[in-house]
Design a binder for this molecule. Structure first.
Ligand code: PMP
Ligand code: GLN
Length: 461
């Protein structure tokens, strides 16, 4: 008999054995347990199957996931993948006790009516598979919402699809509609999922740079798009143009002239427009205009209940657009999650039907949070681009001596107990012009922001 791994085989040491055998051998076995030996070890008096510790060859784990990892610049030279920057930085925050201004999730509660509606839905037994497109009351509420805020008429039966967050909506869209070799135009910096999904679909990502413009005597720092760059990126190979307004990570809202140009180019090349509008209600003065106003016949728009009602863990989002495009996306979504979040769907429907004042209050409170963090960052010496919308502010750390935003962010927890995200994580390799920029999330409680501000003030060059 082979001795029990981990002494008497307590659960913790069994866990350790898993790590010991796997951490060192991502592509092949290094330990040798003969096949004929029992693969069960006693845990107390019970037995646990140590499948992971046997020495049969580990299957080749190469596969299409590596395309996704490569598309997000998260594939190492030896073929191993790395977690996203958000996962990595949230883990760093947990490990070091640093205030997490990295990943964009609120640490405060959403509207009470929305939370109560989810509890009520669970209690009422709405816990089984909902219909494929989404529960009728949410489909209706999304259509009413688009009519109320944008004057856009949708047929809830054909023009709306509920997804497991905007993240699944994006995956379903790209996997459904990008064919190998198709070009997909994105604005860079861009949300990381686009790169992963496009690469997995076999598409070719074509990036249009948003350029950092430092403050001048008359203008604040901001990001600018040169329309000539957008024109140059589009051709007969363009299958899709991806717009994200309000934009993560820059916090800018696309102006009508940009949306008009996207519509013109998409029509000229018969391309589909994907408009990620998950921050549509989180704006601070500059109005958000939906892309669907400009190219309704070819635009798929994404929304997120998680973002709009501060419940990011619920993963309840939606896609709206022309019925034929929605049908194509359903053709993929039904093989991803099939359906999602039965009790959360009526709760998000409740949220969407709340009075305007609830939406305005949410945005106003977020503006206060933005102002609190931005003034602390400016005071410390960062050059700050005041965002129009969303959860994030971009700050240039060069005035604090930074030359590499990635290294700056990795050192920040130790230097002052705060976590942030380097802007280069939203770029393909090579955007050296953005090397010293850092993204901070301000969707945090007053206490969290006050503590972060206190810690940031301890930063010295
Ligand atoms: N798009 C953008 C621009 C985002 O920032 C995020 C996540 N914060 C998503 C999509 C994903 O949204 P969800 O959490 O609804 O999946
Ligand atoms: N969208 C969030 C952000 O930009 C993170 C979501 C995620 O972790 N994928 O921070």
């Amino acid at each position: 008999m082979r001795p029990a791994l981990g002494g008497r085989g307590d659960v913790a040491s069994v866990h350790g054995a898993w790590h010991a055998s796997h951490a060192s051998r991502p592509h092949g076995p290094t330990d040798h347990i003969p096949f004929d030996e029992p693969r069960c070890v006693p845990v107390g008096s019970a037995s646990v199957r140590l499948v992971s510790s046997v020495s049969s060859p580990v299957p080749d784990v190469s596969g299409p996931w590596q395309d996704a990892a490569r598309g997000a610049a998260l594939l190492d030279a030896d073929g191993r993948g790395r977690p996203t920057i958000f996962a990595e930085m949230s883990a760093l925050s947990l490990a070091t006790g640093a205030v997490n201004l990295g990943q964009g999730f609120p640490d405060y509660a959403g509207p009470q009516e929305v939370l109560d509606a989810a509890v009520a839905a669970i209690r009422a037994g709405r816990n089984q598979y909902p219909p494929g497109r989404g529960v009728p009351e949410l489909l209706d509420a999304i259509a009413e919402h688009h009519d109320r805020f944008y004057g856009i008429a949708l047929d809830p039966k054909t023009d709306v699809l509920v997804t497991a967050g905007a993240t699944e909506g994006l995956a379903a869209i790209f996997l459904a509609l990008v064919r190998p070799g198709d070009e997909v135009v994105c604005f860079e910096p861009y949300y990381d999922a686009y790169g992963a999904d496009i690469a997995r679909a076999g598409g070719v990502q074509v990036n249009v740079p948003l350029r950092w413009r430092p403050a001048t005597l008359t203008d604040a720092a901001t990001f600018v798009l040169d329309p000539a760059d957008l024109r140059a990126a589009c051709s007969e190979r363009t299958r899709m143009i991806v717009v994200n307004t309000p934009h993560n990570p820059t916090g800018t809202i696309s102006r009508d002239s940009t949306l008009e140009l996207i519509a013109e180019l998409a029509r000229a090349h018969n391309a589909i427009v994907v408009s990620d509008e998950v921050y549509e209600h989180l704006m601070f003065g500059v109005p958000h205009h939906p892309m669907a106003w400009f190219a309704p016949e070819r635009t798929l728009t994404l929304g997120s209940g998680g973002k709009t009602f501060s419940v990011t863990g619920w993963k309840c989002g939606w896609i709206t657009g022309p019925a034929e495009l929605i049908d194509a996306v359903i053709g993929m979504k039904q093989w991803l999650t099939y359906v999602n979040g039965a009790p959360f769907q009526p709760a998000i429907a409740t949220g969407l039907r709340l009075p305007d004042a609830v939406y305005t209050r949410g945005a106003d409170e977020l503006r206060d949070r933005r102002d609190l963090l931005c003034s602390a960052l400016s005071e410390v010496g960062f050059e700050v681009a005041l965002p129009d919308a969303g959860y994030f502010v971009i700050a240039d750390a060069a005035p604090l001596g930074a030359v590499d935003g990635d290294a700056f962010c990795r050192g920040l927890p130790e230097r002052c107990g705060v976590v942030a995200i380097p802007v280069t994580a939203f770029c393909a390799p090579g955007r050296d012009d953005l090397a010293t920029l850092v993204r901070f999330a301000y969707c945090k409680s007053d206490d969290t922001l006050a503590e972060a501000a206190r810690r940031l003030r301890t930063l010295t060059r």
